[in-house]
Design a protein around this ligand. Structure first.
Ligand code: G3H
Ligand code: 13P
Ligand code: ZN
Length: 323
């Protein structure tokens, strides 16, 4: 039996099948520390949402890969001993090499992303297929990527976005055998997704490209990265409490809600969680300059993050009450 199954995780096959049928998307939240992991798991347990907890290469470097992996195992033990367990996939976010994917699979991940989007098409196919062959032999699911998002993709930086070309998707999916595909339709990573002139509106996502992709690969599971909304209420708290984040802007939640009802069955959110925690911590520091117990600022930050996750699951992803 694959290691991840012994740990109680699931791969993404059933999750995506149900999400596609049900017209909602599975939330994929990143974690780097205990408070984020607690907020994600407790928020998803409370809203009864399936969830993908994801770990980037940067998270492994920051928190120590062994510690993160055992934290996830501990989290899963709590989930599975609750009255109403939810399906949880442990996923590698933006894997950039075959070796990294193998290392994650060997340590108990149930799903990996191999991000070959910065490589030429044929190289992306060869790398992705190599990962798929190994992963599928262990019942682990694989996410590939076609098209480049603007912003920062781990160590790969792109100034401009190259939308996914619908002409490429069928061949990519067929030749690699991937289980899901991340596409570029106007989302981007980080808290500064658009440079807007005064009075300018955030441009709509390219739903025309998404529709064409759906037509080429009907029923296939599509993933959206860079899908934080950069919630203005938290940016405001940050700026009112000593931060400087003017010009921070994200994807409006209505656009994500619309995407979640389509073939998009996984939506990645990291920056929104970072903003929530930063906002609350800044506020505690401003209001209580004498506070020096980490539990007194990390605790409220964790609570607020949990609230945000519950609201996102209910109002944006539509994944609440689906577990
Ligand atoms: O897409 C990237 C994720 O937000 C992870 O970011 O590489 O800073 O951990 P990171
Ligand atoms: P955001 O920066 O918009 O939260 O995107 C996160 C992401 O795509 C993780 O892979
Ligand atoms: Zn991403």
């Amino acid at each position: 039996m694959s290691l991840y199954k012994k740990l109680g995780f699931v791969n993404t096959i059933d999750m995506f099948k149900k999400a596609n049928k049900g017209g909602y998307a599975i939330p994929a939240y990143n974690f780097n520390n205990m408070e984020q992991l607690q907020a994600i798991l407790f928020g998803c347990l409370e809203s009864r949402s399936p969830v993908i907890i994801q770990v980037s290469k940067g998270a492994r470097d920051y928190a120590n890969q062994t510690l993160l992996r055992y934290m996830a195992e501990g989290g899963m033990a709590i989930v599975n001993s609750s009255d109403h367990p939810i399906p949880v996939a442990l996923h590698l976010d933006h894997g950039d090499s075959y070796e990294l994917c193998v290392s994650c699979i060997e340590s108990g991940f149930s799903s990996v992303m191999i991000d070959g989007s910065s490589h030429p098409f044929e190289e992306n196919i060869a790398l992705t297929k190599k990962v798929v062959d190994y992963a599928h032999a262990h019942d682990v699911t694989v996410e590939g990527e076609l098209g480049v998002l603007a912003g920062i993709e781990d160590e790969v930086q792109s100034e401009v976005s190259h939308y996914t070309d619908p002409d490429d998707v069928e061949e990519f999916v067929k030749r690699t055998g991937v289980d899901s595909l991340a596409i570029s339709i106007g989302t981007s990573h980080g808290a500064y997704k658009f440079k807007l002139k005064p009075g300018e509106k955030v441009p709509d996502l390219r739903f025309d490209i998404l529709e064409e992709i759906e037509r080429r690969i009907p029923g296939f599971s599509i993933v959206l990265h860079g899908s934080s909304s950069v919630l203005p209420e938290y940016v405001k708290i940050i700026n009112e409490n000593g931060g400087q984040m003017s010009g921070a802007v994200g994807i409006p939640e209505e656009q994500l809600r619309k995407a979640a009802k389509s073939a998009v069955c996984k939506i990645n959110i990291d920056s929104d969680g970072r903003l929530v925690m930063t906002a609350i911590i800044r506020k505690v520091f401003k209001d209580k300059p004498g506070e020096f117990d980490p539990r007194k600022y990390l605790g409220p930050a964790r609570e607020e993050l949990k609230k945000m996750i519950i609201r996102k699951n209910r109002e944006v992803l539509g994944s609440a009450d689906q577990a």
